[in-house]
Design a protein around this ligand. Structure first.
Ligand code: RP5
Length: 180
């Protein structure tokens, strides 16, 4: 019997083994969702299984501990954690797991425009890293997580090659348009 405080999936949602989420996307507040949704959308396009939920370092600290401590045994391989303001979520999650943690600093409604969240994530002590992406950089967090998974997944390596090609093609199309 599990003692998890995370919501149990309904029977209809219970994933088959191959649907086990590999990436956990978490964020401190519902107000972060408008930014973090980009990570979920890109992982969906890449065919990477993920879960997405709220975990607040300050408002639900016990949930944070449980999430991080159970992450590896639940099958997660990478955690993407977003937060604004005093953005302690990624750093604290990283302190409770040895899974790689990618931090997304979020430009929340503070007077210092996200510098607070950037510095909260960036300046981790030696031994407990958070791979911090750009402010509001949820897309790159999803790409980086997929790159980690692609180290031993040929399909994902191929998906990433195609994604890079699509980025290049977009630039080339614009160059062609400007020539006209
Ligand atoms: C942080 O505080 C959250 O990650 C969010 O970015 C920020 C503001 O949260 P709300 O007041 O909008 O819930 O914990």
């Amino acid at each position: 019997m599990s003692s998890t405080i995370l919501p149990a999936p309904s029977a209809a949602e219970t994933p088959a083994p191959s649907d086990t989420p590999l990436v956990g996307i978490i964020m401190g507040s519902q107000s972060d969702l408008k930014i973090m949704a980009a990570a979920a959308e890109l992982l969906r396009q890449f065919g990477v299984t993920y879960e997405i939920t709220l975990v607040s370092a300050h408002r639900t600290p016990h949930r944070l501990v449980e999430y991080a401590e159970t992450a590896r045994k639940r099958g997660l391989r990478v955690i993407i954690a977003g937060g604004g303001g005093a953005a302690h979520l990624p750093g604290m999650v990283a302190s409770f797991t040895t899974l790689p943690v990618i931090g997304v600093p979020i430009n929340s409604a503070t007077s210092i425009h996200g510098l607070d969240s950037i510095l909260s994530m960036l300046q981790m002590p030696a031994g407990v890293p958070v791979a911090t992406v750009a402010l509001d950089g949820a897309t790159n967090a999803a790409v980086l997580a997929t790159q980690m998974l692609a180290l031993n997944n040929a399909r994902l390596a191929d998906v990433l090659e195609k994604y890079r090609t699509s980025l290049k093609d977009k630039v080339m199309r614009t160059i062609e348009e400007l020539r006209k």
